[in-house]
Ligand binder design. Sequence first.
Ligand SMILES: O=C(O)c1[nH]c(=O)[nH]c(=O)c1Cl
Length: 310
Amino acid sequence: VDLSVTWLGRTMPGCLYNASGVWCREEDELEAVRASAAAALISKSATLAPREGNPEPRYHRTALGSINSMGLPNRGFAYYLDYARRYDYACGKPLFLSLSGMTLEDNLTMLRTLAAAGLPAIPEINLSCPNVPGKPQLGYDFVATTEALNAFDQAWPGRYGVKLPPYFDQAHFAAMAEILNRHPRLAFVTCINSIGNGLVVDIDSEAVAIKPKDGLGGLGGDYVLPTALANVREFYRLLPGKDIVGCGGVRSGREAFMHILAGARAVQVGTCLYHEGPAAFARIAAELAELMQAKGYRKLDDFRGRLRTL
Ligand SMILES: O=C(O)c1[nH]c(=O)[nH]c(=O)c1Cl
């Protein structure tokens, strides 16, 4: 069984890697993912300047997944650029850098600096951080998204991707697709980021679970799988020629299979990785391979996007 993925002008040895934000803020975390069975790796969304992030508790696990309001804690763009300068691209595992500037200008500064460095690292620009108080998710503002993508095209000469929030309405899928399809070097979209502004309540303490935003935070894990699959399948249909990276609710070979069936080129793991650690990649890959073997599939292209309707 062959789990390799050919995209972005290269072939990576498998189809699984980390979701930005999980096991990727510090260099030792990135190195642990790279040394694991992950087929690629992506860094924590970077802002231009380092950030402490929101007050704790800002992450909470439940039986059905996670809620987080981290608030973009990160080492600052220069830290991740330095890692990208020292990264061994010959290892065959692509390095993605997630960028989440506090302003459009910051995103452009980071893109221009990355372009000047002339590295094979690929930007995944985050249009969907739900946890910076007072900052709306760019991906829910179609005018701002249009302006940003036009500016990204000027600031970055190569292929890039964007991390999208979940959408929940046919009109929004159509509106976003119309915008995204105007950008030929926008090579991939990662669907989805957490479902923003959920609220987890503890009935014993009669209190919220996390401190920021009076308890509001992005949901991950089992909570988001059907929404993630819907966004993968809708954008797979609506964005011909672009790759969709599936993210949301993956904790075994089964959910990875579902995402690829829905059209995903590759699959990211978040909440499950947060708790299991990078060993999750070998386990999930083995489960996916076993599932494919049982179904008579030899490679991912044998079933990618073949989700049947009734
Ligand atoms: O609070 C965060 O750092 C965060 N948390 C998320 O769930 N998604 C994001 O894109 C970000 Cl940037």
